[in-house]
Design a protein around this ligand. Structure first.
Ligand code: 3EB
Length: 349
């Protein structure tokens, strides 16, 4: 069998990561409570996310490989590594570092607004300069996501800043927008954003059971979240489906409030609907629930057994699943699941 040449994802322990070959690694996100040691090659972009791991090892390393030669670099505060057609990048900005208003310019509405806007502007500038203009997938981790500051929930402040920055960079605000996740991180953490981008546009996929997030009514904030429910990347030998953070939302409403098991089932039904939609849009695709790699965000650690029991019914025993403690962007949601599916394409080579 040929070595896979397309994009590849693994969730590794520190020991596994340390002994893994790294030449074709595009980037890494490390999840843990206290600081995780940055093991491995220094040139690999390394997003350090402060969300405790709930099962198994203390740290989990999310490792993205391209299967191809890669080259590292940085631009402003974005660290990146790229292969011919794909780029992984990350940026971390602390709200405590944010400069005050520049003379002659209005003060930013909040420090979170300022760092979010800076992060997104630097990301867009980097992608435009390097010629990987298409964001495929983006992950956002912000401390105290549900806390009110100046009367506005911080997730809503983040949405406004993301919207403002993407708009200022001339980017789409609906339709052709990346898959995403936005979760809480421990208090005192910086804003951490990491992403995958490409030379060409992915296919954008919405969920027939859910209103597109970029069309949410204003009840959820003055500026809509800018993300697609999923994006589909086609490479020569494989298809990759990036499924956004998915929760117990039907239409635009949170349902099964207070019932973790039912929220988990509804989330899986939403993911199943997205898989069916991807398989419909791309006839060569054959994504299935059992073969996804899943990252499960759990608001209350005590809920892990209930969530795990529901997942055991839907996934296969060999599925890659990690559980992280994270606050979810709506107070009434107890669980959120993001997933990646990779399916090989039958080629004659
Ligand atoms: C939802 O469906 C749940 O703001 O980037 C999921 C994925 C959610 C991404 C984001 C938010 C985001 O609205 C929340």
């Amino acid at each position: 069998m040929r070595a896979p040449s397309g994009l590849h994802l693994d969730y590794l322990s520190a020991a596994e990561y340390q002994s893994a070959p790294w030449a074709d690694v595009l980037g890494v996100a490390a999840f843990s409570g206290p600081r995780s040691a940055a093991v491995g090659a220094a040139e690999i972009p390394f997003a350090e996310v402060n969300t405790p791991v709930l099962l198994g090892t203390a740290n989990v390393y999310e490792v993205w490989r391209s299967g191809q030669p890669a080259e590292s670099g940085s631009r402003n505060r974005v660290r990146f590594r790229r292969s011919e057609n794909l780029l992984f990048g990350c940026i971390a900005l602390a709200e405590s570092e944010v400069a005050g208003a520049r003379p002659g310019e209005p003060a930013p509405p909040s420090a979170l607004h300022a760092v979010t806007e800076q992060a997104y502007r630097e990301i867009c500038a980097t992608l435009d300069a390097l010629g990987y203009p298409h964001l495929l997938r983006i992950w956002n981790y912000l401390p105290d996501i549900n806390r009110d500051a100046d009367g506005i929930e911080r997730y809503r402040q983040f949405n406004r800043a993301r919207h403002d920055a993407l708009s200022a960079c001339g980017r789409s605000l609906k339709g052709s927008v990346p898959a995403a996740s936005a979760l809480g991180a421990a208090s005192g953490s910086p804003l951490v954003v990491y992403f995958l981008a490409g030379r060409s546009a992915p296919t954008f996929i919405e969920n027939p059971r859910q209103m597109s997030a970029y069309h949410y009514p204003r009840d959820y904030g003055s500026h809509q979240p800018v993300f697609s429910r999923a994006t589909l990347l086609r490479q020569r030998d494989s298809l990759t489906l990036f499924i956004s953070g998915t929760a117990s939302i039907v239409g635009h409403r949170s349902i099964h409030v207070g019932d973790t098991a039912a929220q988990t089932r509804e989330t899986l039904a939403n993911i199943a609907a997205l898989l069916a939609e991807a398989n419909r849009v791309e006839p060569a695709a054959h994504f299935s629930l059992g073969s996804l790699a899943c990252k499960v965000y759990v608001r209350r650690p005590a809920d892990v057994p209930v969530i795990r029991a529901q997942l055991a019914r839907a996934l296969e025993p060999a599925s890659k699943v990690i559980y992280l403690q994270a606050d979810i962007c709506r107070q009434d949601l107890l669980v959120e699941i993001e997933a990646t599916g990779i399916c090989p394409l039958m080629t004659d080579a």
